[in-house]
Design a protein around this ligand. Structure first.
Ligand code: UD1
Ligand code: CA
Length: 531
């Protein structure tokens, strides 16, 4: 589809006042990319001689997006309208490398491209085939300009196509300049055109800023071309959605919905099941294999790649994640920048992040966070655990509440856990530390030294049982709660303090408060609050 006789000009200098934003309009995002990126990507397969991007507002930010995609930015310092933008593009076009074969069928004067495709940077839904068809029609009909138009039920805000009785185009009239009789026109200007440059340049020089904004409108070139007896045609886009521009936040939302719908439709066509598709958000570069199922409220973002036969349950968010085949992601799990091998399971409520790797058939469960760690095959860490900067060997079991203490306030340190290790619940592994293959760590341990293979490590306070302590405490509390008149003898004091009295002393204020509440309840007749 090489359009070697065409230069493409993308108009992307405007601020986008109607968005009420500090960011340039074309940098706003819909369907997972910035608007201008969509436009550039739609143009790329056309293989034009060159693509020029007119930049102005936040020029360096916009250039940073388009230059790596092969677009040559040119600066429009003051944004004086779409016609002015095209005049700026002219000097860049005239400095393009010339085709040394001289003037041929595919070249204009001086070996420069003969035609231009003009694209607004804010109409991101446009498809490559639609632009290609416009270019072909323009070339074949030898028109001076060919406009891509569309029928819009609600044309407000768009320029309208005013046709001559023979069907050719007389003029484009901007919304604000419509005459009474033109208000009913529903054919709109998409702002995508093909021009024969030799014919455009002379009329563009004559465009006047005769409008409320005092701008030079590219659309005014159409009536001028007609006035010179040139042929101007319009091709109606088959899909009116393709030419939607984004001037407001509401436009952005509408365009985003259409992109998301397109992406979901493509996934479903390739064999992915999507439940309640309207609730599922998928970025454009995401791929997913056959028989993979996405439940409601799932988001697949960035460069996420999912294999075949995976299930991503409700509320899960995957960003730049790689999942091999048969992976189960349970509800409300967040996975970012990580790799899950086949047969792995994560969630519910798990967080796997920062280049974590889960090897085959490993599982992380409820409220488990895994950061920059390698989780070996068939490892289980099912509850309330943090594994950061860790390597866990195969078939190891990580008990509930295990935490790798990987950060000393300044640096991060690694934890290495061998194969077939058992880490008891509520253990803290203070890194850097190693636990050898086959070792056991007793529950509640704080491991600060390496554990040899096959050893048992216990690192917790010894338990002390004090017989009768609790009963004595209850007796002392009961005494505290009794009114002084009913006390026949005071509790022992001084050197004769018992364990019960000590406990009562600690608890006395609490005991008094409870007693007070009880009397208050009696007075008001209120029931006790259920605990
Ligand atoms: C433009 C058309 C209108 C058409 C609509 C389709 C004109 C005068 N009007 O209106 O007929 O129906 O698009 O969406 O062309 N830009 C520059 N430099 C400037 C001004 C604009 O690069 O000095 C760029 C903008 O960044 C934008 C594009 O040109 O990407 C279109 O400008 P915008 O202000 O959005 O034009 P509309 O009012 O939408
Ligand atoms: Ca616009």
């Amino acid at each position: 589809m090489a359009l070697s006789d065409f230069v493409i000009v993308i108009l992307a200098a405007g601020k986008g006042t109607r968005l009420k934003s500090q960011f340039a309009k074309v940098l706003h995002r819909a369907g997972g990319r910035s608007l201008v990126e969509h436009v550039v990507l739609a143009c790329k397969p056309l293989k034009a001689r060159a693509t020029i991007g007119v930049v102005g507002y936040q020029a360096s930010e916009v250039s940073a997006v388009i230059e790596p995609l092969g677009v040559q930015p040119v600066m429009q310092k003051e944004q004086r309208g779409t016609g002015h933008a095209m005049l700026i593009a002219r000097s860049a076009i005239e400095h393009l490398p010339r085709n040394t074969a001289g003037r041929s069928k595919t070249n204009g004067p001086q070996g420069l491209p003969k035609f231009a495709i003009v694209m607004p940077g804010d109409a991101p839904l446009i498809r490559t085939e639609t632009v290609a068809a416009l270019a072909r029609m323009h070339r074949e009909t030898e028109a001076a300009a060919t406009i891509l138009s569309a029928e819009q039920a609600n044309p407000a805000g768009y320029g309208r196509i005013v046709r001559a009785p023979d069907g050719s185009v007389d003029a484009i009239v901007e919304d604000s300049a419509l005459a009474e009789g033109q208000r009913g026109i529903t054919e709109i200007n998409s702002s995508i055109y093909a021009f024969t440059l030799e014919k455009l340049w002379p009329v563009l020089d004559r465009v006047q800023p005769a409008n409320v904004h005092q701008e030079l409108y590219l659309t005014d070139a159409i009536a001028l071309l007609r006035g010179q007896g040139e042929k101007v045609l319009a091709r109606v886009a088959a899909d009116a959605d393709e030419v939607l521009g984004c001037n407001t936040r509401a436009d952005l939302a509408r365009v985003d919905l259409i992109f998301r719908g397109r992406k979901r439709a493509a996934l479903m066509a390739s064999g992915v099941t999507i439940r309640m598709p309207d609730t599922v958000l998928v970025d454009p570069d995401v791929v997913a294999g056959m028989d993979t199922e996405l439940e409601p409220g799932v988001q697949l973002l960035g460069r996420t790649r999912i294999g075949a036969g995976c299930t991503i349950r409700t509320g899960s968010i995957l960003t730049d994640a790689t999942l091999e085949d048969g992976v189960l992601v349970k509800p409300y799990t967040v996975i970012s920048g990580s790799h899950l091998a086949s047969g792995t399971q994560a969630g519910p409520f798990a967080h796997v992040r920062d280049a974590a790797r889960m090897m085959k058939n490993s599982r992380v469960g409820n409220f488990v966070e895994v950061k920059k760690s390698v989780i070996g095959e068939r490892v289980k860490a099912m509850h309330l655990t943090y594994l950061g900067d860790a390597r866990v060997g195969s078939e190891t079991n990580i008990g509930a509440g295990t935490v790798t203490c990987n950060y000393d306030g300044v640096n991060k340190h690694p934890t290495t856990i061998g194969r077939q290790v058992f880490i008891g619940s509520d253990s803290a592994l203070v890194a850097p530390v190693r636990v050898g293959d086959g070792a056991y760590v007793g529950a509640g341990s704080i491991i600060t030294e390496n554990v040899p293979a096959d050893a048992l490590a216990l690192a917790r306070g010894r338990q002390v049982n004090k017989p009768g302590w609790a009963a004595a405490r209850r007796r002392a509390m009961a005494k505290e709660a009794t009114p002084p008149s009913k006390i026949s003898a005071r509790a022992p004091s001084g050197s004769k303090r018992s364990a019960g009295a000590a406990a009562a002393r600690v608890q006395s204020s609490k005991g008094m408060a409870t007693a007070k509440r009880r009397t208050a309840r009696k007075r008001t007749g209120k029931k006790r609050r259920p605990q």
